[in-house]
Design a protein around this ligand. Structure first.
Ligand code: C2E
Ligand code: CA
Ligand code: CA
Ligand code: CA
Length: 282
């Protein structure tokens, strides 16, 4: 009835108000979190599938909220992007990750491993000219070779592909940092687009792997995706490896890099440091 409808509408409006109030509160708190020290990086290894050595770590940000505990990035990265806080957040991630890599490379107990640092870059970063300078400075102050830093860019971030994006990407490229397309296979990128971008690697989204086993056409699809990436002259990293079978299958079709819970979940710095000290392979 009409009365019912109006009642629902009221409840709905109240829900919206509550959602907006909570969001506003989160925006204020996130500002403090970035300025204070509530952000923390977790690190997930990227593994060479043939030798099982570590070849990279991806820095993944978490918010260690004083009362709510650990908040995952999907809950606050979009807010940071909408409110312009993402450049401060991204700057913090960049400096912290690069400093951490320097630490692992200079500690004799962990320096036996040779791996790069991967960070996630947001579309807004590519729109800021200062970002190039931020990257250069972070690497210089940690005295690290630029090739030890790989920037992961989502398809949606680079596919907008305006002139500024292109300028930034080319400048970063000249700087010598690695560039990687993240979440490949979830967007609409064409082959020509893959070939035009100044990137070295492509990280295939985990959703492509999850149907392996249940869907009989999936193995052939994975092999075709890998061939496509190779034909474009790019290297592939596969994410979301959760089982030995998946790791073996990917290796059998010639994929040599992977990441996923099967090898390791993202770990706090202290835990990964322990692993690095005691493990040669994963
Ligand atoms: P992403 O870059 O695609 O990161 C991979 C996500 O998959 C991570 O979630 C990771 O924990 C998860 N994952 C890794 N291995 C497996 C697996 O075997 N199975 C499954 N089911 N999941 C796996 P997380 O840490 O929650 O990050 C989510 C997203 O948040 C990231 O997706 C990235 O887009 C964004 N993000 C994280 N840190 C940052 C950051 O510092 N800056 C920006 N701009 N975005 C970030
Ligand atoms: Ca990523
Ligand atoms: Ca991804
Ligand atoms: Ca993602």
């Amino acid at each position: 009835s009409k009365a019912d409808g109006r009642g629902k509408l009221k409840v709905f409006a109240a829900d919206m108000l509550l959602a907006r109030q909570m969001r506003n509160q989160l925006v204020g708190e996130l500002k403090e979190a970035i300025a204070g020290s509530q952000l923390v990086l977790y690190y997930q290894p990227i593994i060479r599938l043939d030798t099982r050595e570590i070849e990279g770590v991806e820095a993944l940000v978490r918010w260690n909220h004083p009362t709510r505990g650990i908040i995952m990035p999907d809950e606050f990265i979009p807010i940071a992007e909408d409110t312009g806080m993402i450049s401060d957040l991204g700057g913090w991630v960049l400096r912290t990750a690069v400093e951490q890599l320097k630490q692992w490379r200079s500690d004799p107990l962990t320096a036996g491993h040779n791996f790069s640092m991967r960070i996630n870059v947001s579309a807004a970063d590519l729109q800021r000219l200062e970002f190039i300078e931020d990257v250069r400075e972070a690497l210089a102050s940690a005295d690290l070779d630029p090739s030890l830093l790989v920037l992961e860019l989502t398809e949606s971030a680079v596919i907008q592909g305006n002139d500024l994006d292109r300028y930034t990407l080319n400048s970063l490229r000249r700087l010598g940092v690695g560039l990687e397309i993240d979440d490949f296979g979830t967007g609409y990128s064409s082959i020509s687009y893959l070939r035009q971008l100044p990137v070295d690697t492509v990280k295939v989204d985990r959703t492509l792997l999850s149907a392996l086993g249940s869907d009989p056409s999936q193995p052939a699809l994975l092999a075709a995706v890998l061939q496509l990436i190779r034909a474009c002259g790019l290297a592939a990293v596969w994410e979301g490896i959760e089982s030995a079978e998946q790791a073996e299958y990917l290796l059998s079709i010639g994929c040599t890099s992977g990441q996923g819970y099967y090898f390791s979940r993202p770990l706090p710095e202290a835990q990964l440091t322990e692993q690095l000290k005691h493990h040669k392979t994963w």
